[in-house]
Design a protein around this ligand. Structure first.
Ligand SMILES: N[C@@H](CCC[C@H](N)C(=O)O)C(=O)O
Length: 287
């Protein structure tokens, strides 16, 4: 099916999915920006590309709307798993997916009318070593470290779940504030690969509310890797149980953090639309 795409969302975090063998345009930075733009393209928080791999059942590239490439995406992985299941690529409910951030196991755990609805992803292990996040730090792990912006400062906690995350504990969560400071934290020189940012408020040992500023995408309604990172960090800091819910503006994910820091994430995915890139858009992408 030449130039076929599917658009789906995980709790309001939306992605286009394409098969690399089916598209008639290059995934250049300019083309990715156009396709993800809601006015000039289809509009999305990123593009998920099915690619060949010899390391797992399926290979996945995760492209941010600014044209950069992410190592991991929690919502992206659930959306991609639904695509593989619903469109007949996967012949069982459980399969492996190779990402730049490692191989993950995905399992369709709830179906509706033969389509995947709820998906569990084994997100891999949380990594706290500062140089592996990566974050520049004098300490082996970046925990409660002061990050200075020109007009304010924050206590930051950094972790990698395949992609890098910077978590700031807050008594109150403000969407205006994360939208104002997100880009300054994302692009701070302390983070050699830039970083995803979360404001987190612990509601109870079983529930944490977060706001998200995504690297390469900006403010989003939900993020699976952010939820995974926050859950692991809250457990590390002794603030929550190992089984917890992460609540975001777009909805909730269930997280389980094992003793060895292995992360399991469970949540819904819904398809929005499917279709074909129009000939005129393809002309623009190829010009
Ligand atoms: N929305 C995603 C995260 C996507 C990748 C992120 N923007 C990055 O650059 O690391 C999720 O659900 O995890």
């Amino acid at each position: 099916m030449k130039n076929f795409f599917v658009k789906s969302h995980g709790l309001g975090n939306d992605y286009l999915v394409v098969n690399s063998l089916d598209i008639n345009f290059e995934l250049t930075e300019k083309n990715i920006r156009t396709v993800c733009d809601v006015h000039y393209g289809i509009g999305s928080d990123g593009i998920l590309v099915l690619v060949d791999t010899d390391k797992a059942d399926f290979g996945l590239r995760i492209l941010n709307p600014d044209g950069s490439e992410a190592e991991k995406s929690g919502n992206g992985l659930r959306i991609f798993a639904k695509y593989l299941f619903d469109y007949g690529y996967a012949n069982s409910a459980s399969f492996t997916i190779d990402t730049l951030g490692g191989v993950v196991q995905a399992e369709v755990i709830e179906q509706e009318k033969g389509k995947a609805r709820t998906i569990q992803v084994d997100m891999g292990k949380a990594i706290f070593e500062a140089n592996k996040v990566p974050v520049k730090s004098d300490q082996p792990e970046c925990l409660d470290e002061e990050l200075y912006l020109d007009w304010t400062s924050y206590l930051i906690n950094c972790v990698s779940v395949g992609n890098p995350h910077c978590i700031i504990l807050k008594d109150e969560l403000s969407v205006d504030e994360i939208k104002q400071v997100g880009t300054h934290i994302e692009n701070h020189p302390k983070f050699p690969n830039r970083i995803n940012v979360q404001f987190a408020k612990v509601i109870s040992p079983d529930l944490v509310e977060i706001l998200i500023w995504e690297r390469g995408a900006g403010y989003t309604l939900a993020s699976g890797s952010s939820s995974s990172a926050v859950a692991a960090m809250m457990v590390k800091k002794g603030l929550t149980n190992r089984n917890l819910t992460i609540r975001m503006p777009g909805g909730e994910l269930k997280l389980q953090i094992d003793e060895d820091w292995q992360i399991r994430m469970t949540g819904e995915v819904r398809e929005i639309a499917s279709g074909y890139f129009s000939a005129e858009l393809l002309d623009d992408l190829n010009s």
